[in-house]
Design a protein around this ligand. Sequence first.
Ligand code: SF4
Length: 415
Amino acid sequence: MIEQFIKAGYTIKNFTEKADIHIINTCTVTNMADRKSRQMLRKVKEHNPEGILVACGCYAQVAKEELEKIPEINLILGINEKNKIVEYVENYAKDHSQKECITDVMYQKEFLDFGTTEYTDKTRAVVKVQDGCDRFCSYCIIPYARGHVRSRKIENVVQEVEKIAEEGIKEVVITGIHIASYGKDFKEKKNLIDLLEAIEPIRGIERIRLGSLEPTIITKEFLNRLQKLEKICPHFHLSLQSGCDATLQRMNRKYTTEEFRTSVHLLREYYPDVALTTDVIVGFPGETKEEFKQTYAFLKEIDFYKMHIFPYSPRKGTKAAVMPNQVEAKIKEERSKRLIELSNENEARQNEKEIGKIVEVLLEEEDGEFLKGHTANYHLIKVKMNPQFLNTIQKVKVEKVEEFVSYAVAIEQNV
Ligand code: SF4
């Protein structure tokens, strides 16, 4: 959206400055996100009563009637309308009766391609290859906000990645709402691995990192092809959500802990240095002491590098929000605390194991006297080097670890 406004000749201001147009791209993933979106919208108008206030994004898409109750909002736009945001805002400026436009994403069949973007980060670019989700997990509103799976054409992704490479960016992160479903909507039989094979040969790109994956995509067939791609980072984010089968079933997740375990074993077999990260929801409705105990034991067994822990937060309109036996906030907090502690222990221990090793780091930014960046398996490294080495991959030797950061010395310096 910023790009579109710049192209149309507008100047982008900092969020706290007064502007002619304010745009809030709302989130609706939980009730809390809705509340924050509403608060933000009101706050903007308080500071800048004259400007045009636009609410767009997922919350606007699924709950426009709630936003219509906020008189401060001038214009409400859905997900697809972001693609032509300047036109909508300018139309509103001319004619104040055009107060909203939201098309129904549930009927949308094709990926809405925004074309190539300008990237502000000069070392890593996040490339969206897919939208929508057909999984309907019981706690999640995303399928209603984003519609069914739509995949971006392979040739369009390749074109974008080529442009990224021309700009000198070395790493691409392949993301979407549910990238394991990539290609499901294509007539021709193409899927995520076909897409990755098409990106791999692009000169200038040195690393391809994958966004969150559903564990069911990890099969021998997938890994046999993936392993041949040298640029793939051995860092996989496998969304687990719970380590207890009964909870997974209530969540309407499409795998069991046994299947998840098999995926992890396979990944470790193919990528011995793999870093595995995950998301876990604690205090899901009906999560008993025993169920949490099973989750804890499973997480301990899998030994993730990092875990993102989310205390369950209900979202109106989902099945889970009206399930019986909602868990008390205090219990959710205690369980989160235990899992965060486990995650920190894992990360510290796995970082320690790197001491003495020679690793390759992509130097992403300056940090005081250091340059910092990540290894392919996502360890954060700081090294004292001249800023001329920014955006290069360097071999360094890890010397010590402090506060989840590995400090290293350069052993080769190649510009
Ligand atoms: S797979 Fe992810 S996006 Fe899709 S419904 Fe489940 S949690 Fe939501």
